[in-house]
Design a protein around this ligand. Structure first.
Ligand SMILES: [Zn+2]
Length: 180
């Protein structure tokens, strides 16, 4: 897995949009795109990066039956590109070990450390998981939420499919009681 091998993603889980959107009645679930997350991408991302970020969003949208819904043009979530790892230092004391950070409605990606498209997408899926309030998951193999990005199984990177464990984690955080 090349240069990502030494890099953990982030330690700081964001309780971002949706954390308070609990489903209070067991028979009630959010409908498709009921609680859209508006987002803005740093203009410094190139076309390929933008496409991979939007791919990562689609992984969550499809995997949650569209309960997660990302809509361009707002600031619920701002994704920024950093050219250098030490640009993370302002927000992350452990920046030397990280290639991305999710915190308070922001995701920062250190672009220069990402060289494989499917790994890049997996990293985005991981950070979006934090934005959705999900922490690291170590009790399953098939998850995007391992604390170290190179523990993401290659078949997940390749498929771009949200595994059941991650969909369940979303459901637990958002107290969604519907079956997918
Ligand atoms: Zn993480």
């Amino acid at each position: 897995m090349s240069r990502l091998a030494v890099a953990a993603a982030c330690l700081v889980a964001s309780l971002g949009t949706g954390a308070s959107d609990a489903v209070r009645h067991p028979d009630v679930c959010p409908g498709k795109c009921d609680k859209a997350i508006t987002y803005s991408l740093d203009p410094q991302f190139d076309e390929e990066e933008r496409a991979l970020i939007q791919d990562g969003m689609r992984v969550w949208e499809r995997g949650t039956g569209e309960r997660v819904c990302f809509v361009p043009g707002g600031h619920d979530l701002v994704i920024d590109k950093l050219e250098r790892a030490d640009d993370l230092a302002a927000w992350d004391p452990d920046w030397r070990h990280h290639i991305a950070l999710t915190k308070g409605g922001h995701i920062w990606i250190v672009a220069t450390r990402v060289d494989d498209p499917s790994e890049y997408r997996a990293l985005v899926v991981h950070e979006l998981g934090h934005h959705l309030g999900i922490g690291h998951i170590e009790d399953a193999t098939l998850t995007y939420m391992h604390s170290t990005i190179n523990d993401t199984p290659p078949e997940l990177c390749a498929s771009g499919r949200l595994p059941e464990r991650d969909a369940r984690a979303f459901c637990e955080v958002h107290r969604c009681t519907c079956a997918y």
